[in-house]
Design a protein around this ligand. Structure first.
Ligand SMILES: CC(C)(COP(=O)(O)OP(=O)(O)OC[C@H]1O[C@@H](n2cnc3c(N)ncnc32)[C@H](O)[C@@H]1OP(=O)(O)O)[C@@H](O)C(=O)NCCC(=O)NCCS
Length: 173
């Protein structure tokens, strides 16, 4: 399942993307905003991440972890996700999140917003009623993407990932 935008192809990762994913997630300025905030140091971590993606994508047919590939290149420059959002302990509600990670070499081109716009359309077209995005409270670049998408700022919320994050929501029109 591939998604085309004006400048990008969004497609599932394969093990052939291991070096590109490692190049992305070994960058401290990218890794600091996700998960434990620790950059990858070993290429095997990228292999493991790709192998876990089918689990991360969940059951919904529209959901996936997408490689972001500009039309003029072959290797991914980033990752965009439409995946189930893990509820915090005691917050057991099913929902989906969108997310984005780009290699710093391609920040400032609008790729994250372009990819996420396509994933939002895909989510709503497939019956998902609302999408969330959760950001580290200090991650102003990611919060700017949420605003460009027209998402509503929910403020600091602890509903997901067992920690306090700045959350955004977009409802199906
Ligand atoms: C968050 C992240 C994806 C944002 O990337 P980004 O390039 O700033 O965001 P966009 O793709 O929306 O690009 C918007 C910028 O491109 C510019 N731009 C240039 N050409 C453009 C075009 N054709 N269309 C739209 N915007 C364009 C915009 O003016 C804007 O610039 P600004 O930052 O100076 O205001 C990136 O910083 C990143 O990967 N960070 C590390 C990982 C991370 O934090 N992930 C999120 C975890 S919650």
């Amino acid at each position: 399942m591939t998604v085309e935008t004006a400048r990008l192809t969004l497609r599932p990762f394969t093990l052939g993307d291991t070096d590109a994913l490692f190049a992305l997630m070994s960058r401290p300025e990218v890794a600091r905003w996700s998960g434990r905030g620790v950059p990858m140091v070993d290429r095997q971590e990228a292999v493991d991440r790709i192998e876990r993606m089918p689990v991360r994508r969940g059951d919904h047919p529209a959901a996936d972890v997408f490689a972001v590939v500009p039309h003029e290149v072959e290797a991914p420059v980033g990752m965009a996700v439409l995946v189930p959002i893990p509820a915090s302990e005691g917050f057991g509600r099913d929902a989906h999140e969108i997310g984005w990670h780009l290699h710093p070499d391609v920040w400032g081109r609008g790729y994250a917003t372009e990819a996420a716009t396509a994933l939002v359309e895909r989510a709503f077209a497939s019956g998902i009623p609302e999408v969330y995005a959760v950001t580290n409270p200090d991650n102003v670049r990611s919060q700017a993407v949420c605003r460009r998408l027209g998402m509503t700022d929910l403020g600091l919320r602890s509903d997901w990932y067992d920690r306090e994050l700045r959350a955004f929501r977009l409802d199906r029109p």
